[in-house]
Design a protein around this ligand. Structure first.
Ligand code: BGC
Length: 358
């Protein structure tokens, strides 16, 4: 079968390869991939900054944002059947306490693996094999947009945990700021709007881009940092109760602590490679956090619970804003036309690799 693979830790090694089609076994489902989304993590792996091949392999098949259709199932499989649309989760457990209890996203040892990222082949291939435990069935009416489910799980987990943490007080959040207007940022904006919050999306690009139009179509305000300084946001918006940080910049992540409102919570979701060092107003931030009862927490996706929740949210977003999720996919590239440039394309919102017909 055709697949897109890299030689991990080697810059610009992404290429189309011929790989063996996985062989079905009694407990597995063979899935024909429909499409995969490309994200910053795929680009980082291609840049040689991240990623690990499966043991015994000198290449790693990329791809973790996925949608496919079950083609065949093993004799003992009941939970999915041929023809079902499915999205597969990404992380696989090690033997730590949390992983053994279905919470591999809360892994204690760090020996987890991730399909398409760390130690396991991904989904940017014509086929993959998986056990039903990691396959999320998706209703047919979401076929157009279900490739957004995996990035949405980052938002689902972040918000679910934020609300859980805030059970520590009487909390009626009104205003949220989302930093970053990429796929995760925009999905966070939709999720927060769906909860009825006033939402401001803050990002680098000027107003008028598709990203800002998507934010505004969901009833969020859009601010470019070319027009407003982050420090001025509380003056403009009043008390900020929730921040969702999805820019990929650790500087912005730290900055959230300087503008978060009293009793507020900052959800940090950027996986930042590198080792940037900055001067930081430690006294001021610490005092604000203590006197203001603030919380900042990191969140990495995601176990099955958040995928299941995400299916419900996709359907809700489709109802609230018909057609809006479709606008996220700004470039579709057939598998055979793949070139490295596709991984580095920063225009638009989401690029997908189209592998088979819906
Ligand atoms: C993926 C996550 C993964 C993280 C770190 C993200 O792009 O969506 O599943 O845990 O990268 O590897």
């Amino acid at each position: 079968m055709k697949a897109i693979a890299v030689t991990p830790r080697t810059q610009n090694s992404a290429r189309l390869i011929d790989a063996p089609t996985p062989a079905l076994h009694e407990h597995g489902a063979l899935v024909h991939v429909i499409r995969c989304g490309i994200c910053g993590t795929d680009a980082e792996i291609n840049q040689g900054l991240y990623g690990e091949a499966p043991r015994g392999s000198d290449y790693l098949i990329l791809g973790h944002e996925n949608l496919g259709r079950v083609e065949q199932v093993g004799a003992s499989v009941r939970a999915v059947k041929p023809g079902d649309l499915v999205v597969a989760t990404v992380r696989r457990p090690d033997d730590c306490h949390n992983c053994s209890h279905g919470e591999s996203d809360m892994c204690l040892k760090g020996d987890y693996s991730e399909r398409g990222i760390k130690g396991l082949h991904g989904y940017l291939a014509e086929y993959y094999l998986e056990v039903p435990e990691y396959l999320i069935p998706v209703p047919p009416e979401l076929v157009d947009v279900a490739v957004l489910l995996e990035p949405l799980t980052i938002v689902e987990k972040g918000l679910w945990q934020a609300y859980k943490i805030q059970e520590r007080l009487m909390w009626e959040p009104r205003t949220a700021v989302v930093f970053g207007a990429g796929t995760v940022g925009l999905l966070a904006a939709l999720a927060l709007r769906a909860k009825g919050l006033t939402v401001a999306v803050v990002a680098l690009s000027p107003r008028g881009t598709l990203n800002s139009q998507i934010a505004e179509a969901a009833g969020a305000q859009y601010f470019s940092t070319q027009d407003i300084s982050i420090d001025d946001l509380p003056k403009k918006l009043g008390r900020i109760d929730v921040i969702f940080e999805a820019t990929g910049s650790s500087l912005v992540a730290m900055k959230t602590l300087e503008i978060l409102g009293v009793n507020g919570i900052s959800i940090l979701s950027s996986v930042t490679g590198g080792n940037k060092t900055v001067q930081f107003p430690a006294d001021v931030v610490n005092q604000r956090m203590v006197l203001g009862n603030m919380v900042a927490f990191g969140t990495v996706n995601a176990n099955r619970r958040y995928f299941d929740m995400g299916v419900g949210s996709l359907a809700q977003f489709q109802k609230l804003w018909p057609g809006l999720l479709m606008r996220f996919v700004t470039r579709r590239v057939p598998l055979a036309d793949f070139t490295i440039e596709v991984l580095e394309d920063r225009n638009g919102v989401k690029t997908t690799i189209e592998i088979s017909k819906e």
